[in-house]
Design a protein around this ligand. Structure first.
Ligand SMILES: Nc1nc2c(c(=O)[nH]1)N[C@H]1C(S)=C(S)[C@@H](COP(=O)(O)OP(=O)(O)OC[C@H]3O[C@@H](n4cnc5c(=O)[nH]c(N)nc54)[C@H](O)[C@@H]3O)O[C@H]1N2
Ligand SMILES: Nc1nc2c(c(=O)[nH]1)N[C@H]1C(S)=C(S)[C@@H](COP(=O)(O)OP(=O)(O)OC[C@H]3O[C@@H](n4cnc5c(=O)[nH]c(N)nc54)[C@H](O)[C@@H]3O)O[C@H]1N2
Ligand SMILES: [Mo]
Length: 758
């Protein structure tokens, strides 16, 4: 290969993931954000029995009592929150909102923690400090003047079970089920697809299952960055010679080689462990075809040699096998190869490995869900596992990698736009008001209602709603058209600055901070990816004495909005045990909640599939039929159209940008790049380092991102990748998975054209 020209900030990374680089990056994060004497002590308290739950990812810890587990990105999440930097009323007085909007997302959050409740003052175009109770009173007044279906209640998955439960209680007593939440942009296909397949929308494996699994298939997730503590688990599995088969259009270093910073030997010898035994760089959006190909081979192997499928399990525990098999039979290899970008021998290789394994785990993330067929993808993964009875036995099951650290818990305690009748009935019995039963808005529908002028107010329990959603060109102005926006957050972000007629920003306690209420020190609870519920208690002195806890803020707004409320808001916030009592009364699986949460490690919520019980309408697990492979092949083969994947860098947490590097992908000090396959670049006459424009191929409007630097990367032909949230201008709001409403952030059809600058 000829030497590529030098491009500023682009230097291929040749080492393993983890290792000394991770230790150095942790030291840097501490240096940038905190007093370095305090920091190590704070980090030691992460995920300890009496400490706080890591606000980073939702990967579990062994009984939450392990010795300090090193995690670079966990350390970044903690230091970002526990930073010593502050953004004060004096700062706001000196900086107009118009000037703040010129700053990057990185600069906005890097200014530090919010210290005071703020109200927007239009005359001076600044935020100024406001009294909490005055603010609540005004918000209550506005909300009472609106019809409940004109108000959207957004939740980002960092909120605790207690905060989220109070929030849904408030919105429901107020009169709406409009609960857009970050899950709608994330694992909604899991929440919609898995209940149809196995009767519950959650993963079925526990950490112990990884100790006895014989095969791991990893599809569309990047744990080295997004679930770093999972790397320890994969590292151990690899050392036991468990094959790990990866499907990912991009080469992700952590899925190739990893040096465990906890391993003295690897650190001392600069050694590392291979992670993937086989790495398939399929096309973006090619998973459904690949999964169908693997299963087509399995059916053929069963017909030829027998003993491949678990016939007893299929007969006793499943429905729909015949239609499923007939569909596989009817799917042409030509289409499977074209739509997946993989060859038949590739898929045969996987089928053979799968047929050999007595216990298989499939792990998956956003590469599976954020597609216009996200739900179908999830169901096909369940089908693959069902074929060999890989549910309800040790070492086997499905493992969705959840997003925010408590996104699964938020859902469990009632943040859903489609509540079940049973849940509403229990709320009515426990709380004495009749909640609405019509379906409300999810995230995309909420934004559409705002664009259409139907929604008049938006409340956000955390998050960065407008920036996280697609189609910034439409969603940013929609924020400004609202009568009211209210944000509960720890740090300033762009959504806060897209001010409505009236806007309030409320600073809240973070997970790391001490939460004192009138009955004493409080702890909150969270649910991890494996349905373990445990307590978390912050210890740090709050960033400012003005901060309130999320439950207290929600209760404050509720009391001011609902003069005839049936809920004892003050009592609930005085002692969170009382909130947990209400959760126990209204959500199944929380029996004896307050006692069980005091046991170190907490408890596991019921997961019927682990006992081979299927809470589906038929009482059995259900195979699915996905008939779209031919259309996928046609779409993917369209001339001059590439598939854009939007991804996270190593130095970011969703819309929070910690720093400007993406070390493992060899990008330093910048984010304005487009990852391209070298052959695609040659075909389009683009050279490494050229400036390009990206245009979405969509009827009607032209969506464009200009002046991006194209760089050569190991990515499947026909797929390109750029960073989120910058690339959100290119994602059409209505380009969603119809079953779940999740935006297709990972398969946007685009054209790449040489920019005017070259
Ligand atoms: N440090 C850190 N931790 C995080 C987050 C963070 O931003 N930073 N975010 C949190 C949240 S909310 C979430 S949801 C998770 C996200 O965690 P992930 O699911 O790992 O999310 P992404 O980085 O978006 O990328 C997923 C991977 O899918 C691959 N991919 C893209 N398209 C396809 C495809 O069509 N098929 C296949 N097979 N693969 C594809 C990409 O190359 C990438 O490696 O992490 C959580 N944890
Ligand atoms: N193009 C593209 N878009 C995407 C994705 C993608 O892969 N590609 N991924 C999607 C996914 S998976 C998700 S989950 C969403 C994320 O969407 P969100 O959850 O809305 O976004 P975050 O960036 O996690 O929110 C960051 C803000 O949360 C606030 N915050 C931090 N900690 C706390 C806390 O303890 N309490 C409160 N109240 N606030 C806090 C801070 O003010 C911070 O600015 O984005 C989605 N958008
Ligand atoms: Mo997410």
């Amino acid at each position: 290969m000829t030497k590529l020209r030098d491009v500023p900030g682009i230097h291929p990374y040749t080492g393993p993931a983890g290792g000394w680089g991770a230790l150095k990056a942790t030291a840097q994060a501490i240096h940038d954000q905190m007093d370095s004497i305090e920091a190590p002590i704070i980090l030691m308290r992460t995920n300890q029995p009496d400490g706080f739950d890591c606000p980073g990812c939702a990967w579990p810890d062994k009984e939450h009592r392990s010795t300090f587990q090193f995690c670079e990105n966990g350390a970044k999440a903690v230091t970002w929150e526990a930073t010593t930097k502050r953004v004060t009323p004096e700062f706001f007085a000196a900086n107009t909102v118009a000037s703040l909007l010129q700053k990057t997302d990185y600069e906005l959050e890097d200014m530090g923690r919010l210290t005071h409740p703020l109200v927007y003052d239009r005359a001076s175009d600044t935020f100024r400090a406001v009294d909490w109770e005055d603010a609540f009173a005004r918000i209550g007044e506005i909300l009472r003047s609106l019809s409940p279906d004109q108000v959207e209640f957004y939740t980002s998955g960092r909120a605790s079970n207690e905060a989220a439960f109070l929030y849904q209680l408030f919105a429901r007593e107020y009169g709406t089920n409009n609960f857009p939440d970050c899950s709608n942009m994330c694992h909604e296909p899991t929440s919609v697809g898995l209940p149809q397949s196995i009767g519950i929308g959650k993963g079925t494996v526990s950490l112990e299952d990884f100790d006895s699994t014989e095969l791991i298939i990893s599809i569309g997730h990047n744990p080295g960055t997004n679930h770093p503590r999972m790397m320890g688990t994969l590292h151990e599995a690899s050392r036991r010679n468990v094959p790990i088969i990866v499907f990912n259009p991009l080469r992700e270093r952590a899925l190739e080689r990893f040096a465990d910073p906890q391993s003295m030997i690897e650190m001392a010898t600069f050694g590392s462990t291979r992670i993937a035994s086989t790495y398939f760089q399929l096309d973006a959006g090619g998973d459904a075809a690949a999964l169908k190909g693997i299963m087509k081979v399995l059916l053929q192997m069963e017909a030829e040699q027998g003993g491949v499928l678990d016939q007893a399990f299929i007969a006793q525990h499943t429905e729909g096998f015949d239609a499923f098999a007939a569909d596989l039979e009817a799917t042409a290899w030509e289409d499977i190869e074209k739509a997946s970008g993989l060859t038949r021998p590739d898929l045969e290789h996987v089928a053979i490995a799968y047929a050999k394994s007595n216990a298989t785990i499939v792990t998956y993330g956003m590469g599976v869900t954020q597609h216009n067929k996200g739900t179908a993808n999830v169901r096909l993964i369940a089908d693959l596992l069902l074929l060999r009875g890989n549910f309800g036995k040790p070492g086997a099951g499905i493992c969705p990698l959840r997003g925010h650290s408590n996104v699964q818990g938020n859902r469990t305690v009632g943040i859903t736009e489609k509540p079940s009748k049973a849940f509403l009935k229990l709320i009515e019995q426990a709380c004495g008001f009749t909640p609405p039963d019509g379906h409300g808005h999810d995230a995309v529908q909420a934004m559409q209602a705002m664009i259409d002028g139907k929604a008049k107010a938006l409340l956000c329990l955390g998050g960065n709603f407008a920036v996280a959603l697609p189609d910034s060109e439409q969603s940013f102005p929609a924020m400004a058209a609202l009568d009211l926006s209210v944000h509960v957050g720890t740090k300033l972000n762009r959504t806060h600055l897209l001010v409505a007629k009236e806007t309030y920003v409320f600073p809240c306690l973070g997970r790391t901070e001490l939460d004192m209420q009138s009955s004493g020190r409080q702890s909150i609870t969270v649910e991890d990816s494996m349905s373990m519920v445990h307590a978390s208690a912050g210890k740090l002195t709050p960033a400012s004495d003005q901060l309130r806890s999320e439950p207290a803020i929600v209760a404050g707004i509720a009391r001011a909005t609902l003069p005839n409320t049936k809920v004892a808001w003050m009592d609930l916030t005085a002692d969170y045990d009382k909130i947990r009592d209400l959760i126990e009364q209204t959500v199944p699986g929380f029996e004896d909640f307050n006692r069980r949460i005091r046991v170190p490690g907490g408890f596991r919520l019921p997961l019927p599939p682990t006992e081979r019980q299927w809470h589906t309408p038929s009482g059995k697990a259900e195979f699915s039929v996905y008939g779209g492979v031919k259309e996928d092949a046609d779409v993917l083969g369209a001339e001059n159209v590439l598939r854009l994947i939007t991804i996270r860098s190593h130095d970011q947490y969703n819309t929070t940008i910690y720093a400007m590097d993406d070390r493992y992908r060899g990008v330093f000090g910048r984010r304005d790049v487009l990852f391209m396959n070298g052959d695609d670049m040659a075909a389009y006459g683009i050279e490494h380092g050229d400036l390009v424009d990206i245009e979405t191929v969509t009827p009607g409007r032209t969506l464009r991102l200009k002046n991006i630097t194209a760089i050569v990367y190991s990515i499947a032909r026909g797929s390109v990748a750029a960073y989120y949230p910058e690339a959100n201008v290119l994602v059409p709001l209505d380009y969603i998975d119809k079953e779940s409403g999740t935006p297709s952030y990972k398969s946007v059809p685009v054209r790449v054209v040489r920019g005017a600058g070259t």
